[in-house]
Design a protein around this ligand. Structure first.
Ligand code: ES4
Ligand code: ZN
Length: 330
């Protein structure tokens, strides 16, 4: 409890969080009922019991199924506000939220509905709790680059209306077989438009994907990146450039990227001088929110208070906040 209180008290940012991954079974059932959506599971407990993942894909199948209950602007608002309340309670001062518009537009939900629901919750959290947040629109890498371009075209008319929030582009979903190079052109376009860029790489995929995310997509941060350790040259580059890695300990454990938390390389990466951060990824599915990720990693890896402080400090450094506390596009 002393450890948890210490962690909660650290001023920090959450930089790797999929808002669709914050849908708890309770809310999935509540929204299903509200919207008349049929679920493949008889109860919240039956759904929870299905959360026994063997790899990334086994998780993604349930994650996309869970998101099918999101229909109205209010649904997106309620989901985001519940997460923001929890992040605030965990001591987050700033959060950068990924969302997957293609998961919703493919079901006939307008992208305007998604933006409006998320934004109203984010503005409420800023006004009520002083918790700042921004949006990272993420492309699904199992879909085509043409589909990503189409999604960008649907979102761009909303850019001005959400200029205080939507400042970055991300890349997520099934990594293996969907390398960064598949999205070179759409990332070049997003870069031209002045967006900040991040991408998942080196979670299940090889260190080459991390290198290509840097060289071909020109990302400023790597989401996960834990497999970078397999390439010493890449490691030296990440240290030299101070490229942030947004590491998600409980996610890596639940998706079997590591067999045991004690085997996680978070502490090694930190002690070698990388700008590593701790994040929750999909907290409703992986068994813990931001403070749980710090606490579980600290226990398993014997992280010292000073090291927990460094992780929190890194999260502020790696965020898209600028010196005046505001987000900025350039
Ligand atoms: C994700 Cl853990 C993870 N990896 C890749 N894509 C994702 N989308 C949501 N969670
Ligand atoms: Zn992720």
């Amino acid at each position: 409890q002393a450890l948890r209180d210490f962690v909660t008290g650290l001023p920090k940012a959450e930089l790797h969080l999929h808002i669709e991954g914050t849908l708890e079974p309770e809310m999935i059932f509540e929204l299903a009922q509200r919207n008349g959506v049929k679920l493949a599971y008889a109860s919240e407990q039956a759904l929870r019991d299905a959360y026994a993942f063997t790899d990334l894909q086994s998780f993604l199948d349930l994650y996309y199924a869970g998101a099918s209950v999101l229909i109205t602007e209010r649904d997106f608002h309620d989901m985001a506000l519940a997460y923001l309340r929890r992040a605030h309670a965990d001591g987050a001062r700033h959060v950068e939220i990924m969302f997957d518009p293609q998961t919703h537009t493919a079901r006939g939900i307008d992208i305007e509905t998604v933006f409006a629901g998320l934004a109203s919750a984010m503005r409420m959290a800023r006004d009520q709790w002083g918790l700042s947040s921004c949006l990272i629109l993420s492309f699904l890498r199992h879909l085509s680059e043409a589909d990503a371009f189409e999604t960008l075209a649907q979102a761009l008319p909303l850019r001005e209306q959400y200029a205080d929030l939507w400042i970055a582009i991300g890349l997520d979903s099934a990594e293996r077989g969907n390398p960064p190079e598949k999205f070179t052109r759409v990332y070049a376009k997003c870069r031209e438009l002045g967006f900040r860029l991040v991408a998942h790489a080196g979670e299940e995929g090889p260190p080459e994907y991390v290198r290509d995310a840097l060289d071909l997509l020109h990302v400023q941060r790597i989401d996960h990146g834990v497999r970078s350790e397999e390439d010493p040259e890449l490691m030296q580059r990440l240290i030299r450039q101070r490229t942030p890695l947004t590491v998600c300990p409980l996610s890596n454990l639940k998706l079997r990227v590591v067999d045991q938390m004690a085997q996680h390389n978070l502490a090694r990466l930190l002690r070698q001088g990388l700008c590593v951060t701790v994040n929750s990824d999909d907290p409703a599915y992986f068994g813990g929110y931001l403070a749980d990720n710090y606490t579980e990693a600290a226990k398993a890896l014997s992280l010292q208070p000073q090291e927990l402080g460094m992780l929190a400090r890194n999260s502020i450094e790696a965020s898209f906040l600028t010196a005046n506390g505001k987000m900025s596009l350039m």
